[in-house]
Ligand binder design. Sequence first.
Ligand SMILES: [Zn+2]
Length: 375
Amino acid sequence: MFKSSLTVMTVARIPIKIHISFLLILPFLMIIIGNNIGGIADMAGVSVEDLAVSPYWLGFTLAILLFASIALHELAHSFVARAQGIEIQDITLMLLGGVAQMDDDAGEQRDEIWIALAGPLFSLAFGVALLGMVRLASGAMSADLNLIVYYLGFMNVFLAIFNMLPAFPSDGGRVLRSLLARTMPYRKATQIATSVGKTFAILFAAFGLLIGHIFLILIGLFIYVGASQESQFNVLQETFSGFAVSDIMTRDVSTVHENMTAEELLNRMFEERHSGYPVMDDQGNLVGCVTMHDIQSTSPSDRQRDTVRDIMTRELITVRPDEDLFAAFTKLSRANIGRLLVTDNGDLEGILTRSDIMTAYRLKSIQQEQVRLDG
Ligand SMILES: [Zn+2]
């Protein structure tokens, strides 16, 4: 999902990545904290003269620790999710906080309230513990350490409160949806939660404009985009409900043999105007998948010699014909690929492309409109 990010470490098999936007916000935060070090020292009850470290180094340290706190917050969500049997793909730290990418196939069947609460509860507990530490042991700490621990505690408490605002898709928004879903259908609950989220987003941005605070405007924008995406997702889910992969997949699949050369493949693609094929061996077993992209990665001079076997992808992303269409769509988007192979016990049954799904979606939308008109 987030292409421009790199893995910095792995905790309990969960890769923690940083997004490129993080590199933009880091110096920004460092300068903001550095410039306000006087006020922060006041809050922490230390005098600026006692600080041995320069304001910007303190700012840098605090900015890094703040992002570490966000990573811990996301890990808290992840551990509770994992305890409920949901696999975590990765955690990405970005411009405004973090995102834990979960393999969420259970969808509405599971209760997300504890997963959503885990992050803010952790941040609150961690923040309160840090603040308590400053209270009890401030005499034993240098002024710098005092300031760092105090401000980190303060920021963690802030993080907990901020995340608990019912601004879907925030944690608070998810808690709200979970509570609403107890008395109404899940989709309706999502709809209400996203509307509340959008309202909050607009309030944030308007308030930010009013007091001239760019950060609040950004946060408002971020929440609005998040809420809109979530409601689009909801519409897709609703449209696809009750559809199986076999309902819309293409059954007559054109395949290629693994011994075909790359050049022959290119000609075949040109003739049939297909950009990808499942690859079969002599026994008629599915052994891979080859796309235009794979041909592009070979040099033109090698294309007469290289076979499909040399350039194909062996790691196949497949779905079963009876699988839910929305689950298949999620798989497709997550892997960021154009087609899924539909297999049943290893046998190729069909192919499901992004455009198959989009066509089905449009037809279904027209049909629904028709029903609305007729009704
Ligand atoms: Zn959270």
